[in-house]
Design a protein around this ligand. Structure first.
Ligand code: SF4
Length: 233
């Protein structure tokens, strides 16, 4: 895909959704960090359901730490891997209080040093909570980048690096959310909605899903060019 096409692709995604954001519900960088840690291999909807009850009770490192691992588990037991996630969240609360004055650090290395926080989570927090122009490549973005030809790569890191290189600066801030939403709702893993996709003509994917067959005509088509039988006399 060339630069002009890339620009057009992002422009269309922006026109369709000028102010995209995460579907995780949060009010502070700390709430976002916790929500993202909880969202690994879980749906945003499921996480929102749990945090809607958790955050009114505990929404700071100190109050979450006071809940303790078992107390936290009561709120998040509907989320996959909740035992490990509870352990990580409590441990990261302790580190935030001991080493960062109870604040979420705006620093990749410090974020990645927190339990349960990898490069992708750090990128989401830096981008979404702090406005850094970064793209956190998840399964949706990996798929969209490869199918469309926007930034093909064999590994998540290769795609992230390529997206960072080829995404025009003016689109970097929101690219993460445009691509994730496009992958989640249009360019779906099993059956992408190519016929309704607003970037279909720019996309390199060879196995695009076909459109619906044309509706059946209400009347029978008239046979053309067929000689009529002469009426019997
Ligand atoms: S045309 Fe199909 S494969 Fe290409 S981005 Fe759109 S939905 Fe995905």
């Amino acid at each position: 895909m060339n630069n002009a096409k890339r620009h057009e692709l992002y422009q269309r995604l922006r026109d369709a959704n000028p102010a995209p954001t995460t579907e995780l519900e949060y009010r502070t960088p700390f709430e976002l960090l916790v929500a993202v840690v909880l969202s690994a291999q879980a749906t945003d909807k499921g996480v929102n359901k749990a945090t809607a009850k958790l955050f009114p009770v505990a929404s700071t490192p100190a109050t979450l730490l006071a809940l303790g691992e078992d107390g936290l588990k009561e709120y998040i037991s509907s989320i996959g891997l909740y035992n490990a996630k509870a352990k990580n969240v409590i441990a990261l609360c302790r580190i935030l209080l001991d080493s960062h004055g109870g604040e979420v650090p705006r620093d990749r290395a410090a974020l990645e040093a927190l339990p349960g926080v990898g490069r992708k989570t750090a990128n989401v927090v830096l981008n979404t909570a702090f406005g850094e122009p970064l793209i956190a490549v998840d399964t949706h973005i990996f798929r969209v980048a490869n199918r469309t030809g926007l930034a093909p790569g064999k590994t998540v890191r290769a795609v992230e690096d390529r997206l960072a290189r080829v995404t025009p600066a003016g689109f970097m801030q929101d690219a993460h959310h445009w691509l994730i939403l496009h992958g989640r709702y249009v360019c779906k893993a099993r059956k992408p909605d190519c016929p309704t996709c607003i970037i279909a003509d720019l996309c390199d994917y060879r196995a695009k899903t076909p459109g619906e067959p044309p509706a059946r005509p209400l009347t029978r088509p008239v046979a053309r060019g067929r000689p009529r039988r002469a009426a019997a006399k």
